[in-house]
Structure formats: structure tokens, C-alpha cells
Design a protein around this ligand. Sequence first.
Ligand SMILES: Nc1ncnc2c1ncn2[C@@H]1O[C@H](COP(=O)(O)OP(=O)(O)OP(=O)(O)O)[C@@H](O)[C@H]1O
Length: 279
Amino acid sequence: MAAPLQVVRPAYPAEPLLRARGVTLEYRTGERAVRATQEVDFDVFGGDRFVLLGPSGCGKSSLLKAVGGFIQPAAGEITLAGQRVTKPGPDRIAVFQEFDQLPPWKTVLQNVMFPLLASKSCGRAEAKERARHWIARVGLDRFENAYPHTLSGGMKQRVAIARALAMQPAVLLMDEPFAALDALTRRTMQEELTRLWEESPFTLLFVTHSIEEALVVGNRILLLSPHPGRVRAELNSHQFGLHSGGSTEFQDAAQRIHRLLFGEAPAVPAEAMIERAAL
Ligand SMILES: Nc1ncnc2c1ncn2[C@@H]1O[C@H](COP(=O)(O)OP(=O)(O)OP(=O)(O)O)[C@@H](O)[C@H]1O
């Protein structure tokens, strides 16, 4: 019989690295306020590949922006290593979906070096060394001197990943980084990301609206309800990987998540949903 999707209450001994408590996010435009999320709680531990999963408009990107320090919660708080997040910082680096996130006038090497120099994380010689290391890690060593417009979408995303990891952030933030790629390249990039993590684990906060991608990339998944996003459930997905796609367990888990996200389940507090999910 297929193993049921486990519900997470991991026995982590340590304090979470990243903690969101009661995070309500709002956008104000004139008189109107759009509520993006409602009292969202989650904990991300060091080395987690934590996925925010939910339908379009449920506030996933807004949560990522709040963790990045680009927007402030209307209520609740986010802490990183015990410190309240109030502004952006070099300890949180983001990779976005858009291919134009790389300045086109800089070569691959210059692009990867740039944040290291701009943040004064290190001197020029070390920046160059670190950049070359990470460019090689994403398999682009032959393209150090290439300009972004000469690269494919997947290669540009690799540069963006190298640039982010070269900064050695406490948390790598990824907002649908592979969504604009064709299906085959998307799959390859999921593999590359997993390989990079396996070689030297980092902490990842990853936004997607693809259930399959969440199961492949994540070890823990936070399910958010439709707009405004509330926590529906939190699930453990570490048992799935790149090669689980066709398995019965994977298909069952995907269907179960679909039901949790879009089923008739009434909106109930997260803890209650977690208990339900354990059944
Ligand atoms: N700058 C903004 N000004 C006003 N409202 C915004 C702004 N950004 C997002 N919103 C609103 O906040 C809500 C959440 O948006 P957000 O982009 O965070 O959702 P999402 O889950 O990432 O969606 P998608 O998967 O489509 O990217 C939506 O209703 C959206 O219209």
C-alpha cells in the first residue's frame, strides 16, 4: 500500500532560522487596502527546502517579499536568527522568474561578482574567486565572459542562482524561478538545484504554484488557501525527489495536496487542518 503523505511536526532540536508569526500582509492603494495574507505562521529550519504552495493570488510572492524585507507586515512579525526583519539585507538573496534580472551590460562573471562588491562582502580578488567557483558549480565556466542576451533562459537562471549562492545567504529566496522555462528545462533546473543543495546544503524558501514542483524541490510544504492566503496545512515531502514523479506515492501525494488546496474543506485553523491531514 502507498505510504501516506506525512504531516510535519519535525523533531528539530534547534530554534528555527526563519520564523513567521501571525503575518498579515496588505497593499494600500489610496483608500483601498488589498489583503494578501491573513495571520500566516511558519518556521523554516537551517537546511530546509521550504516551499510556499498555493493558487495564484494567495500571497506567496508577498510573503517572500516580506521575508526579503521589501514590504512590512500590517500585523505579525518575521524574524531571521531571532532578529526582526525590517529591511532587505545580504543574508536574504532572491532569484526571480524573470530573465531580465541580470543587468545586460555586465558579463556573467561581472553579474555574479556585482552583489559581492556592492555589499562589500569581500574584496575584488575574493569576489572574483567566489564568482568563478559558483559559475563553475552551475556548469557555466565556459560562459564567464558572455553577456546575458547570448544565453538561453535556463542559463540565465543558472547565473542568477550562482549570483545568489555566491553571497552565501542565510536564506535563498526563489519566486517561481523556473516558471518561464519550457517543461524540459524546468525539470533540468529542478535537478540542478537539488544537486547543488545535496553538494552543500543551504536554506531555501521557494515559491511555486506547481504541486509537482513543490514535491520535487521541497522537503516541507506550506499550503496556502486562496486569496487572502491562510495556512491550510504543512506537509513533509522529503521522501520525494526527482525520480519519484511516476510513483503511486507521488501521485497520491499530489492528489491529496490538490484536495487540500481546492477541495470542499472549510477554512479552519492551521492546527486543525494539520490534524485532519494526519488522518
Ligand atoms: N503591489 C501591489 N499592489 C496592490 N496589490 C498587490 C500588489 N502586489 C500583490 N497584490 C495583491 O496581493 C495579492 C497577493 O499577490 P501575490 O503576488 O503575493 O500572490 P501570489 O500567490 O504570488 O500569486 P501568483 O502565483 O499569481 O504570482 C493579490 O490579490 C494581488 O493582486
